[in-house]
Design a protein around this ligand. Structure first.
Ligand SMILES: O=P(O)(O)OC[C@H]1O[C@H](O)[C@H](O)[C@@H](O)[C@@H]1O
Length: 297
């Protein structure tokens, strides 16, 4: 699949303000250094932390072996009549699979909540057909642990062995891993601890729940791999650098919100727009429009 990502900055003023920032990013070789997980990119004070945070830049390669495991588990669960997936995860441990599944039209019940009504709704589904994915990088998030415990009880009350219906995604050595091993939960997926939680979309945190729910996680990695080369180039046309510069320029002007809008339609011949980013500031409302267009050819 040939896939090309481009970023057009619709506001000529913002485009002009972003241009020198793009040039600086190119001169500093930010793209190649980031792709190479260079921990010195943000200077000495950030070096140690950056050294344990940048695995996300290669997840499109390193996550590949997960597919066979996810598919095998999905088939196993299907053979047991289990086809309803509930995800217990807060924030960064739920947002990516939620978006992936919504985009793919794969059914996933997400518990990223403290609302008892939402928990009750999730519990009201057919538990005999349900698997609960408990997803927590730290393995110590109290909301997620509460969801796990309430589902354990509900499974048992429904005559279902809880251990056979709970799958865990967490970092190695977390308290959740210990709990899962002790309880004999069906499967424990250990994520790469060097990918930050908010950068874990293409790690086990994103791919396991999405894949179990039936989203084509392999296609997602294929798409990421297809654009990885372009994103790693120290070039003024690198869409990641252009988007970063546009965001930074708008921020310097006072923009404090980014709104992603799927506007549909077609802006560039064969292509289809996948993303429009509205940069807004508190006073002026919509200030700038950045249009990212993905062209399939
Ligand atoms: O994955 P966990 O360790 O359970 O953390 C889940 C989430 O907890 C909080 O909401 C943090 O603000 C998020 O950044 C984090 O993604």
């Amino acid at each position: 699949m040939a896939l090309k990502a481009t970023v057009d900055i619709a506001s000529s003023r913002l485009d002009a303000e972003a241009a020198p920032l793009v040039d600086a990013l190119v001169a500093d070789r930010v793209a190649t250094r980031l792709a190479a997980a260079d921990p010195t990119l943000w200077g000495p004070p950030a070096r140690d932390e950056a050294g344990i945070r940048l695995s996300w830049t290669t997840l499109h390669k390193t996550s590949r072996p997960l597919f066979a495991e996810i598919e095998a588990l999905r088939a196993e669960l299907a053979a047991d009549g289990v086809d309803r997936v509930v995800l217990a995860g807060m924030g960064g441990s739920a947002l990516a699979p939620e978006v992936i599944c919504a985009t793919a039209g794969a059914p996933l019940v997400v518990l990223d909540t403290t609302d008892p009504g939402q928990v009750a709704d999730a519990l009201a589904g057919d538990l005999t057909r349900t698997v609960l994915v408990v997803s927590s990088k730290s393995g110590s998030t109290v909301e997620t642990d509460s969801h796990r415990r309430i589902f354990e009880r509900a499974f048992a009350a429904a005559g279902v062995d809880p251990a056979s219906r709970i799958v865990v995604v967490t970092d190695p050595g977390s308290p959740l891993e210990a709990t899962a091993r002790e309880a004999g939960y069906r499967r424990v997926f250990l994520a790469d601890p060097h990918a930050g939680g908010r950068y874990s979309a293409l790690a086990a945190f994103g791919l396991v729940p999405a894949g179990l729910a039936g989203a084509d996680a392999a296609a997602l990695l294929d798409e990421a791999a297809a654009v990885a080369g372009d994103l790693a180039e120290d070039s003024p046309s690198n869409p990641a650098l252009r988007l970063a510069a546009a965001l930074a320029a708008a921020h310097a002007e006072g923009a404090d919100k980014v709104v992603f809008a799927d506007t549909g339609g077609c802006g560039a011949g064969r292509g289809r727009p996948v993303l429009r980013v509205h940069l807004t500031d508190r006073l002026a409302g919509l200030a700038h429009l950045v249009k990212a267009v993905q062209e399939l050819s």
